[in-house]
Each structure stands twice: as structure tokens, then as C-alpha cells.
Design a protein around this ligand. Structure first.
Ligand code: FAD
Length: 253
């Protein structure tokens, strides 16, 4: 069995072997901290003096590392590392028609400036989403692209749209305490859809954003008339936001 339990003076570290065991543990310990790459939680513990009595480490669970190609996109298990996700997206960009991979290319553009190689090799995509930091570099892209998340607890799963109702406050999400993030669905772009991602930070490499943005536009076929527009920003508010008024004003223009 790969289930492990370490009991220290301040912290109990549990490594569940299966998804089922993970869900049961999260239900039993709703306040437990989930740790995969430890690049957020490690900082909190080491520099912010946070103490987490129960830590759940689900990084080895098969379902959380799975990559699935579907009819309309790719589903990444929440524990997929950013490096792995990048490699899969790069391959898709090379093998699919360009109009289908606008979203993937925007994610790759953000990954290029995301931390450094060492961090990307261990940090998970789920860790970035669930930390719900307003300066996350990926969440604006996921939001502008209309990604879907699958949340799960021991009684079942539900799919939620990654829109502005998902982030409910500073570092807070709509997930229930007993729920975990199973996966994220990143969609293919459609014909006539274009998406770009931007990151402004003090340094080029390995730096936190001042502001990040992702913009997705769909034009009416054969025209330059805006049919659908989503503008998402990080670093402008306590949560990743959508500039809905601006987007609405530009519809049809
Ligand atoms: P962890 O620390 O393991 O977990 C983070 C949080 O996510 C925890 O609170 C945990 O409860 C929750 N969580 C994780 N998985 C699940 C799950 N399956 N279900 C429910 N909850 C879950 N971020 C950026 O956006 N851009 C950057 O450029 C950037 N640069 C960085 C540079 C450095 C040097 C460091 C240390 C961090 C940087 N970060 C950056 C932040 C961090 O690397 C990312 O947010 C990363 O994706 C976190 O993933 P993790 O697996 O390490 O998270």
C-alpha cells in the first residue's frame, strides 16, 4: 500500500493511496490542507508561520494525474504539474488545427513566464486554481476561456464553470470544505475565436505579477463584429475579475 501517515508534534501528514480514501479523509478532516507541489503551502508554513494540524498529500493518486482528450478539449487532473500540462498542450498545438488551440497557446504563453523550471516541475495546476490568489497567472486565462472544473466529495462530483462566481473572496472559492478539485477541462477554441494572455511583473523571470490579463473574443463569421467577449484580470481586485460592463458595451461593435 502507498497509504502513509506521519505523525509529528504539530502536524499529521496523510498520504492517501486512492481517490476514495482521499475523499473520505477530506470529509473527516474538512480543515485539512491539501498539498501537492507545496509551493504555496510551503511559503505559508515557512514564512507566514501558518500551522496546519492535518495535511493531505494526494499527489500520487492516478485520477488526479490523468490527462484525457475529449471531443471539445483536454481534461487535466488537478495534480498534473505545470511542466506536464505544458508538454501536453505543446503537443496538441503541434497536432491540431491552429483555430482549435488558441486557448492552449494562451496557457503556454503564461506558463513561459510562470515562476521557474524548478517550481513548474512540482507545482500543480490545481494548486494554482484552489489557492485562488488574485495574482494567479493562469486563472485569468482559464476564466476568459470558459474552463470547467470538476469538484468532488465522497458523495459525488459536480461541474462548475470557472467564471466570476467561482472565486468568492480573497483566496476563497465556491468549493465546500469537504470538496476537492478533481480536474480542469480546458476547451478547444472555436473558429473565429482569438485569445491572448498578458503578464506584467517587475522582473521578466520568476516574478509575481503586478497585473495579469486574458482576453477572448469571438467574431461573427467573416466579419470583425464582436459576437462574444470575455476580459479577465488578475491583480486588480481581491479576486480574479471579469470586466463585464466593458465586454457588454463592445458586443455587436
Ligand atoms: P500547494 O502548495 O501544494 O497547494 C496550494 C493550495 O491548493 C493549498 O491550499 C491546497 O489546499 C490547494 N489544493 C491543491 N490541490 C488541490 C485539490 N486537488 N483539491 C483541493 N485543493 C487543492 N504563481 C503564479 O500564478 N505565477 C507565478 O509566476 C508564480 N511564481 C512562483 C514562484 C515561486 C518561487 C513560488 C514559490 C511560487 C510561485 N507561484 C506562482 C505560486 C505557486 O507556485 C502556484 O500557485 C502553484 O500552482 C501552486 O501549486 P502547488 O501544487 O505547489 O500548491
Amino acid at each position: 500500500s502507498r497509504s502513509l501517515c506521519f505523525i509529528g508534534e504539530r502536524t499529521t501528514w496523510l498520504q492517501p493511496e486512492s481517490l476514495e480514501e482521499f475523499l473520505l479523509l477530506k470529509w473527516k478532516h474538512p480543515d485539512a490542507r491539501v498539498v501537492v507541489g507545496n509551493t504555496e503551502v510551503g511559503i505559508e508554513v515557512k514564512f507566514k508561520n501558518m500551522v496546519y494540524p492535518v495535511i493531505l498529500a494526494p499527489g500520487l493518486i492516478t485520477e488526479l494525474n490523468a490527462v484525457m482528450h475529449t471531443e471539445d478539449g483536454i481534461v487535466f487532473g488537478a495534480a498534473c504539474t505545470l511542466s506536464h500540462m505544458g508538454a501536453v498542450l505543446k503537443e496538441a498545438v503541434q497536432s491540431l488545427p491552429p483555430h482549435q488551440t488558441e486557448v492552449f497557446q494562451a496557457v503556454l504563453e503564461q506558463l513561459r513566464w510562470f515562476a521557474g523550471q524548478q517550481i513548474r516541475n512540482v507545482a500543480a495546476v490545481g494548486g494554482n486554481i484552489m489557492t485562488a490568489s488574485p495574482i494567479s497567472d493562469l486563472n485569468p486565462v482559464f476564466m476568459a476561456a470558459g474552463c470547467k472544473l470538476t469538484l468532488m466529495d465522497k458523495d459525488g462530483s459536480r461541474e462548475v464553470q470557472m467564471d466570476d462566481s467561482f472565486f468568492t473572496g480573497y483566496r476563497k472559492t465556491a468549493a465546500q470544505p469537504q470538496e476537492i478539485l478533481l480536474s480542469i477541462h480546458i476547451p478547444y477554441s472555436k473558429k473565429n475565436q482569438f485569445i491572448s494572455a498578458f503578464k506584467q511583473s517587475p522582473r521578466r523571470e520568476d516574478d509575481i505579477s503586478i497585473v495579469t490579463a486574458a482576453m477572448s473574443v469571438i467574431f461573427s463569421p467573416g466579419t470583425d463584429i464582436v459576437k462574444d467577449l470575455r476580459l479577465s484580470y488578475g491583480g486588480m481586485a481581491p479576486v480574479t475579475v471579469l470586466a463585464k460592463k466593458t465586454a457588454n458595451r463592445l458586443l455587436g461593435r
